[in-house]
Design a protein around this ligand. Structure first.
Ligand code: AMP
Length: 143
């Protein structure tokens, strides 16, 4: 077994070697409560197989993950009476990823709960700069 997997806390949770408060499981996805939640009910939705970031995820695994997210959000609305929920996903340490096993945070939200967006908006010098960047990204993504 590669050491990234051997040392991975979420792989250990998937294998049952570390306990978790499990809330949902399908063939390829596990959802459990975050141990240090932003709010009660905050879940983590993870693929059972080890992928470090979203860039490593095979496209055919995406549908099961999306279903895990959809069901988790629905459960927070129904059970925790959440008025809304955020699905957040960090890739690489610069973006705040601490556990290098792909995961989504599903966080219950309430009007006025005081949780903040993790960014302050910046601006483009002008709309030409913005359009130019959009074109570069399009060329890369369509190649
Ligand atoms: P991230 O910063 O996106 O990598 O988030 C990692 C999340 O994993 C954090 O919110 C931690 O609280 C959570 N976490 C780490 N270890 C465990 C664990 N054993 N059980 C549940 N949640 C965990």
């Amino acid at each position: 077994m590669p050491s990234a997997v051997q040392d991975c806390v979420f792989c250990k949770i998937v294998a049952g070697d570390i306990p978790c408060a499990k809330v949902y499981e399908n063939g390829s996805v596990l959802a459990f409560l975050d141990i240090a939640p932003a709010a009660q009910g905050h879940m983590l939705v993870v693929p059972k197989k080890h992928y470090a970031t979203l860039l490593d995820l095979p496209p055919d695994e995406a549908e099961a993950l999306m279903e895990g997210l959809r069901k988790s959000g629905g459960a927070l609305r129904a059970v925790c009476k959440a008025e809304g929920f955020n699905c957040l996903q960090n890739n690489f340490p610069a973006a705040g990823q601490v556990v290098p096993h792909l995961h989504w945070h599903v966080i219950p939200r309430f009007q006025g709960d005081g949780l903040l967006k993790p960014w302050t908006p910046v601006s483009y010098a002008d709309t030409g700069v913005m359009r130019n960047l959009a074109e570069k990204l399009t060329r890369y993504m369509q190649a």
